[in-house]
Design a binder for this molecule. Structure first.
Ligand code: FES
Length: 269
Protein backbone atom coordinates (compact mmCIF):
# COMPACT_ATOMS: atom_id res chain seq x y z
CA UNK A 1 0.00 0.00 0.00
CA UNK A 2 1.36 3.42 -0.92
CA UNK A 3 1.20 6.32 1.44
CA UNK A 4 -1.63 8.78 1.04
CA UNK A 5 -0.74 12.17 -0.38
CA UNK A 6 -1.66 15.02 1.93
CA UNK A 7 -2.89 18.09 0.10
CA UNK A 8 -1.69 21.43 1.49
CA UNK A 9 -5.10 22.56 2.78
CA UNK A 10 -5.10 25.82 4.75
CA UNK A 11 -6.67 25.37 8.18
CA UNK A 12 -9.97 27.12 8.85
CA UNK A 13 -13.50 26.53 7.59
CA UNK A 14 -13.83 27.54 3.95
CA UNK A 15 -10.18 28.62 3.64
CA UNK A 16 -8.37 27.59 0.48
CA UNK A 17 -5.79 28.57 -2.10
CA UNK A 18 -8.36 28.07 -4.83
CA UNK A 19 -9.02 31.24 -6.78
CA UNK A 20 -12.23 30.16 -8.51
CA UNK A 21 -15.71 30.77 -7.07
CA UNK A 22 -15.90 27.22 -5.69
CA UNK A 23 -18.72 28.11 -3.27
CA UNK A 24 -21.18 29.07 -6.00
CA UNK A 25 -22.35 25.58 -6.96
CA UNK A 26 -22.89 24.17 -3.43
CA UNK A 27 -24.59 27.42 -2.40
CA UNK A 28 -26.98 27.35 -5.36
CA UNK A 29 -27.72 23.65 -4.81
CA UNK A 30 -28.32 24.18 -1.09
CA UNK A 31 -30.76 27.02 -1.81
CA UNK A 32 -32.56 24.97 -4.49
CA UNK A 33 -32.97 21.93 -2.25
CA UNK A 34 -34.15 24.04 0.70
CA UNK A 35 -36.66 25.85 -1.51
CA UNK A 36 -37.91 22.50 -2.86
CA UNK A 37 -38.44 21.17 0.66
CA UNK A 38 -40.25 24.30 1.85
CA UNK A 39 -42.45 24.40 -1.26
CA UNK A 40 -43.37 20.72 -0.88
CA UNK A 41 -44.25 21.15 2.80
CA UNK A 42 -46.40 24.19 1.92
CA UNK A 43 -48.19 22.24 -0.80
CA UNK A 44 -48.79 19.16 1.31
CA UNK A 45 -49.92 20.79 4.50
CA UNK A 46 -50.99 24.41 3.92
CA UNK A 47 -52.29 24.50 0.34
CA UNK A 48 -53.24 21.00 -0.84
CA UNK A 49 -55.87 22.39 -3.24
CA UNK A 50 -55.96 22.88 -7.02
CA UNK A 51 -54.12 19.62 -7.65
CA UNK A 52 -55.65 19.09 -11.10
CA UNK A 53 -57.87 20.68 -13.71
CA UNK A 54 -60.16 19.47 -16.45
CA UNK A 55 -60.06 20.75 -20.00
CA UNK A 56 -62.83 19.75 -22.38
CA UNK A 57 -62.93 16.23 -21.00
CA UNK A 58 -59.17 15.78 -20.51
CA UNK A 59 -57.52 15.86 -17.12
CA UNK A 60 -54.20 17.42 -16.13
CA UNK A 61 -52.75 16.40 -12.78
CA UNK A 62 -50.05 18.15 -10.77
CA UNK A 63 -46.81 16.11 -10.76
CA UNK A 64 -46.63 16.42 -6.97
CA UNK A 65 -50.02 14.72 -6.56
CA UNK A 66 -49.57 12.15 -9.32
CA UNK A 67 -50.43 9.32 -9.02
CA UNK A 68 -53.58 10.34 -7.20
CA UNK A 69 -54.23 6.99 -5.57
CA UNK A 70 -57.17 8.40 -3.64
CA UNK A 71 -59.08 8.40 -6.93
CA UNK A 72 -58.29 4.78 -7.67
CA UNK A 73 -60.81 2.05 -7.30
CA UNK A 74 -59.02 -0.45 -5.09
CA UNK A 75 -60.52 -3.60 -3.62
CA UNK A 76 -63.95 -2.46 -4.80
CA UNK A 77 -63.61 0.83 -2.92
CA UNK A 78 -63.55 4.07 -4.84
CA UNK A 79 -64.25 6.36 -1.90
CA UNK A 80 -61.49 5.97 0.63
CA UNK A 81 -62.43 6.71 4.17
CA UNK A 82 -59.54 8.93 5.19
CA UNK A 83 -58.94 11.94 7.44
CA UNK A 84 -59.28 15.34 5.74
CA UNK A 85 -55.57 16.14 6.00
CA UNK A 86 -54.57 13.03 4.01
CA UNK A 87 -53.95 13.64 0.31
CA UNK A 88 -52.35 11.70 -2.55
CA UNK A 89 -48.97 13.38 -2.13
CA UNK A 90 -48.75 12.52 1.56
CA UNK A 91 -49.42 8.87 0.69
CA UNK A 92 -47.05 8.57 -2.27
CA UNK A 93 -44.25 11.12 -1.89
CA UNK A 94 -42.18 8.81 0.33
CA UNK A 95 -41.23 6.95 -2.86
CA UNK A 96 -39.71 9.88 -4.81
CA UNK A 97 -38.30 11.25 -1.55
CA UNK A 98 -36.70 7.93 -0.69
CA UNK A 99 -35.45 7.47 -4.25
CA UNK A 100 -33.94 10.93 -4.54
CA UNK A 101 -32.73 10.99 -0.94
CA UNK A 102 -30.71 7.80 -1.41
CA UNK A 103 -29.52 8.68 -4.95
CA UNK A 104 -25.73 8.51 -5.30
CA UNK A 105 -25.62 11.94 -6.93
CA UNK A 106 -27.90 13.44 -4.27
CA UNK A 107 -25.65 12.08 -1.53
CA UNK A 108 -22.74 13.97 -3.04
CA UNK A 109 -24.85 17.13 -3.10
CA UNK A 110 -26.16 17.00 0.45
CA UNK A 111 -22.87 15.86 1.96
CA UNK A 112 -21.27 18.97 0.52
CA UNK A 113 -24.03 21.53 0.90
CA UNK A 114 -25.57 20.63 4.24
CA UNK A 115 -22.87 18.66 6.07
CA UNK A 116 -19.82 20.39 4.59
CA UNK A 117 -18.21 17.00 4.38
CA UNK A 118 -16.21 17.85 2.40
CA UNK A 119 -16.85 21.56 1.94
CA UNK A 120 -15.23 21.29 -1.51
CA UNK A 121 -12.07 19.90 -3.06
CA UNK A 122 -9.02 21.49 -1.45
CA UNK A 123 -11.20 23.65 0.83
CA UNK A 124 -11.04 23.16 4.58
CA UNK A 125 -14.08 21.72 6.34
CA UNK A 126 -15.50 22.42 9.84
CA UNK A 127 -13.41 21.22 12.79
CA UNK A 128 -16.25 19.01 14.00
CA UNK A 129 -16.06 16.98 10.79
CA UNK A 130 -12.36 16.42 11.36
CA UNK A 131 -13.07 15.21 14.89
CA UNK A 132 -15.83 12.84 13.80
CA UNK A 133 -13.95 11.66 10.72
CA UNK A 134 -15.55 9.51 8.04
CA UNK A 135 -16.51 6.00 9.03
CA UNK A 136 -18.69 5.09 6.08
CA UNK A 137 -22.45 5.32 5.75
CA UNK A 138 -23.55 3.87 9.06
CA UNK A 139 -26.42 4.42 11.52
CA UNK A 140 -29.11 6.53 9.86
CA UNK A 141 -27.19 6.57 6.58
CA UNK A 142 -27.48 2.81 6.34
CA UNK A 143 -30.87 3.55 4.75
CA UNK A 144 -28.98 4.62 1.65
CA UNK A 145 -28.63 0.91 0.93
CA UNK A 146 -32.34 0.87 0.16
CA UNK A 147 -31.75 2.79 -3.04
CA UNK A 148 -32.20 -0.20 -5.34
CA UNK A 149 -35.60 -0.97 -3.76
CA UNK A 150 -36.73 2.63 -4.18
CA UNK A 151 -35.65 2.23 -7.79
CA UNK A 152 -38.17 -0.58 -8.33
CA UNK A 153 -40.95 1.57 -6.84
CA UNK A 154 -39.86 4.60 -8.91
CA UNK A 155 -40.15 2.55 -12.12
CA UNK A 156 -43.79 1.82 -11.25
CA UNK A 157 -44.42 5.52 -10.51
CA UNK A 158 -42.99 6.47 -13.91
CA UNK A 159 -45.29 4.03 -15.68
CA UNK A 160 -48.26 5.63 -13.89
CA UNK A 161 -47.04 9.11 -14.79
CA UNK A 162 -47.04 8.22 -18.48
CA UNK A 163 -50.51 6.77 -17.98
CA UNK A 164 -51.54 10.16 -16.51
CA UNK A 165 -50.14 11.83 -19.63
CA UNK A 166 -52.54 9.80 -21.76
CA UNK A 167 -55.43 11.30 -19.77
CA UNK A 168 -54.44 14.73 -21.08
CA UNK A 169 -54.77 13.55 -24.69
CA UNK A 170 -58.42 12.62 -24.86
CA UNK A 171 -60.95 15.45 -25.23
CA UNK A 172 -64.73 15.38 -25.66
CA UNK A 173 -64.25 16.15 -29.34
CA UNK A 174 -61.38 13.74 -30.03
CA UNK A 175 -57.64 13.23 -29.49
CA UNK A 176 -55.08 15.99 -29.25
CA UNK A 177 -52.95 17.76 -26.70
CA UNK A 178 -52.82 20.88 -24.54
CA UNK A 179 -50.09 22.92 -22.85
CA UNK A 180 -50.75 20.73 -19.82
CA UNK A 181 -49.86 17.69 -21.95
CA UNK A 182 -46.54 19.24 -22.94
CA UNK A 183 -45.64 20.05 -19.35
CA UNK A 184 -46.68 16.66 -17.98
CA UNK A 185 -45.01 14.75 -20.82
CA UNK A 186 -41.79 16.74 -20.35
CA UNK A 187 -41.85 15.98 -16.64
CA UNK A 188 -42.46 12.28 -17.29
CA UNK A 189 -39.66 12.22 -19.89
CA UNK A 190 -37.13 13.94 -17.59
CA UNK A 191 -38.05 11.60 -14.77
CA UNK A 192 -37.65 8.62 -17.08
CA UNK A 193 -34.18 9.85 -18.03
CA UNK A 194 -33.30 10.41 -14.36
CA UNK A 195 -34.25 6.80 -13.56
CA UNK A 196 -32.70 5.41 -16.74
CA UNK A 197 -29.37 7.02 -15.85
CA UNK A 198 -29.42 5.65 -12.27
CA UNK A 199 -26.22 3.98 -11.01
CA UNK A 200 -28.23 1.18 -9.39
CA UNK A 201 -30.08 0.47 -12.63
CA UNK A 202 -26.76 0.31 -14.45
CA UNK A 203 -25.51 -2.22 -11.93
CA UNK A 204 -28.71 -4.19 -12.28
CA UNK A 205 -28.45 -4.17 -16.08
CA UNK A 206 -24.94 -5.54 -16.38
CA UNK A 207 -22.61 -4.19 -13.71
CA UNK A 208 -23.13 -7.21 -11.50
CA UNK A 209 -21.69 -9.60 -14.13
CA UNK A 210 -18.00 -10.45 -14.45
CA UNK A 211 -18.11 -10.83 -18.22
CA UNK A 212 -20.45 -10.00 -21.07
CA UNK A 213 -19.69 -12.85 -23.39
CA UNK A 214 -22.72 -14.15 -25.26
CA UNK A 215 -26.47 -14.52 -25.15
CA UNK A 216 -28.17 -12.74 -22.27
CA UNK A 217 -24.90 -11.54 -20.73
CA UNK A 218 -23.85 -9.90 -24.02
CA UNK A 219 -27.23 -8.18 -24.17
CA UNK A 220 -26.82 -7.01 -20.58
CA UNK A 221 -23.38 -5.70 -21.43
CA UNK A 222 -24.85 -3.60 -24.23
CA UNK A 223 -27.51 -2.33 -21.88
CA UNK A 224 -24.84 -1.44 -19.33
CA UNK A 225 -22.93 0.59 -21.92
CA UNK A 226 -26.09 2.40 -23.03
CA UNK A 227 -27.05 3.30 -19.47
CA UNK A 228 -23.45 4.42 -18.86
CA UNK A 229 -23.92 7.06 -21.55
CA UNK A 230 -27.03 8.42 -19.82
CA UNK A 231 -25.33 8.05 -16.46
CA UNK A 232 -22.70 10.65 -17.37
CA UNK A 233 -25.45 13.29 -17.21
CA UNK A 234 -27.18 11.91 -14.14
CA UNK A 235 -26.85 15.25 -12.28
CA UNK A 236 -28.46 17.09 -15.19
CA UNK A 237 -31.43 14.69 -15.20
CA UNK A 238 -31.68 14.98 -11.44
CA UNK A 239 -32.07 18.76 -11.47
CA UNK A 240 -34.20 19.14 -14.58
CA UNK A 241 -36.64 16.42 -13.50
CA UNK A 242 -36.87 17.97 -10.03
CA UNK A 243 -37.42 21.44 -11.48
CA UNK A 244 -40.22 20.23 -13.72
CA UNK A 245 -42.09 18.71 -10.79
CA UNK A 246 -42.46 22.21 -9.34
CA UNK A 247 -42.99 23.92 -12.68
CA UNK A 248 -45.77 21.43 -13.46
CA UNK A 249 -47.34 21.99 -10.07
CA UNK A 250 -47.26 25.78 -10.45
CA UNK A 251 -48.80 25.48 -13.90
CA UNK A 252 -51.61 23.30 -12.49
CA UNK A 253 -52.30 25.82 -9.73
CA UNK A 254 -52.49 28.89 -12.00
CA UNK A 255 -54.79 27.11 -14.49
CA UNK A 256 -56.97 25.47 -11.82
CA UNK A 257 -57.32 28.82 -10.03
CA UNK A 258 -58.32 30.53 -13.29
CA UNK A 259 -55.30 32.86 -13.66
CA UNK A 260 -54.34 31.34 -17.03
CA UNK A 261 -56.37 29.33 -19.56
CA UNK A 262 -55.01 26.13 -21.05
CA UNK A 263 -55.86 25.37 -24.69
CA UNK A 264 -56.88 22.13 -26.36
CA UNK A 265 -55.40 21.37 -29.78
CA UNK A 266 -57.65 18.62 -31.12
CA UNK A 267 -56.05 16.78 -34.02
CA UNK A 268 -58.17 13.65 -34.47
CA UNK A 269 -61.90 14.35 -34.18
FE1 FES B 1 -29.28 8.63 -8.64
FE2 FES B 1 -30.03 6.00 -8.66
S1 FES B 1 -28.09 6.87 -8.39
S2 FES B 1 -31.23 7.78 -8.97
Amino acid sequence: MGEGIKLPVINGLGRTDRIDKWWRQPLAMGIALTAALIYTAWRLVIFPDSISYELEGSKVMSPIFSPNILEWELFGLNEWDHPGWVNAAILVLWIPFGFRGTCYYMRRVYYRTFFQSPTACWVDEPDINKKIGYGGEKRLFIFNNLHRYFLYAAIIIIAIKWWDVTHTLHFDEGWGFSFGTIIMATEAFLLTMYVTSCHALRHLAGGSLDRWVSGISAFRGKLFKKISVFNRSHGFWFWTSLGFVFLGDLWTIVVAEGHINDMAFVILG
